[in-house]
Design a protein around this ligand. Structure first.
Ligand SMILES: Nc1nc2c(c(=O)[nH]1)N[C@H]1C(S)=C(S)[C@@H](COP(=O)(O)O)O[C@H]1N2
Ligand SMILES: [Mo]
Length: 232
């Protein structure tokens, strides 16, 4: 199993294995490595080993830093990056509580894509961060998982289909245009993906819950009539 081998090698390469220390509910190194040497469930293996078609990216010369308009339904929340933890829970075998150091220890992926807001503007942006699929794989989702819920620190919430969350260009970003992600754009961690409209790209993500069905609440804008899948 190529994927599990890759994750195993990553884990054994962690400096100080910081991922496996802090945070409640985080399993010990031996436990995590033990479970990761088991095959991931079939459905996730299929999605990860036969990744969906990548969306073409843009050259650096086309980045338009001033065109990404801050669009926030309420106001920018205050998050202490030193105390921040990303919780990954729900239908998973290894619930996670990851500090920013844990997240930065995972491989950095950069991409230059178009952000499209339904309010009639778009911007070509470079995002840098960790592939969401890396984090989902570490949490070891159960076979019945079909959706991911994203909870944000400003009260915003979103839900995505699992295939879109496992897309190789769906990132949890902590960089914008090669620099630290500004707080107004969602620091410490936001979603960034070329396959979904702007309102799916939650800023200030604090919790990801992997679930088998959607609740009555699907997303802040969706619950007011906007389309749920919102693919590009
Ligand atoms: N937490 C949170 N995430 C959010 C929003 C928000 O209000 N709160 N607005 C969404 C909308 S409509 C868009 S277009 C993008 C805008 O991202 P930006 O402010 O970094 O340009 O964030 C999305 N993510
Ligand atoms: Mo938007």
């Amino acid at each position: 199993m190529k994927l599990n081998r890759r994750i195993f090698l990553q884990l054994s390469g962690f400096s100080g294995a910081s991922l496996l220390l802090g945070g409640c509910g985080t399993p010990a190194l031996e436990d995590l490595v033990g479970t990761l040497s088991e095959p991931l469930n079939q459905k996730f293996e299929a999605l990860l080993l036969n990744p969906q078609k990548p969306v073409p990216e843009f050259p650096k010369s086309e980045i338009k830093p001033e065109e990404l308009i801050v669009n926030t339904f309420r106001s920018t929340p205050i998050i202490d990056p030193n105390k921040y933890h990303l919780i990954v829970d729900g239908e998973v075998n290894n619930p996670l509580s990851l500090s920013l150091a844990d997240i930065r220890a995972l491989p950095l992926t950069e991409m230059i894509i178009r952000h499209v807001c339904v309010e009639g503007w778009a911007a070509i942006v470079q995002w840098g961060g960790v592939r969401l699929q890396e984090i989902i794989a570490l949490a070891q989702p159960k076979e019945n998982v079909k959706y991911a819920y994203f909870k944000s620190a400003d009260g915003y919430y979103e839900s995505w289909d699992i295939a879109s969350t496992l897309h190789p260009q769906t990132l949890l970003a902590y960089q914008k245009n090669g620099e630290a992600l500004p707080v107004d754009n969602g620091a410490p961690l936001r979603l960034a993906s070329p396959i979904k409209l702007g309102y799916k790209q939650s800023k200030w993500v604090i919790q990801i819950s992997l679930v088998s069905s959607l609740s009555l609440f699907k997303g802040y804008w969706e619950d007011q009539g906007y389309e749920w899948f919102a693919g590009l």
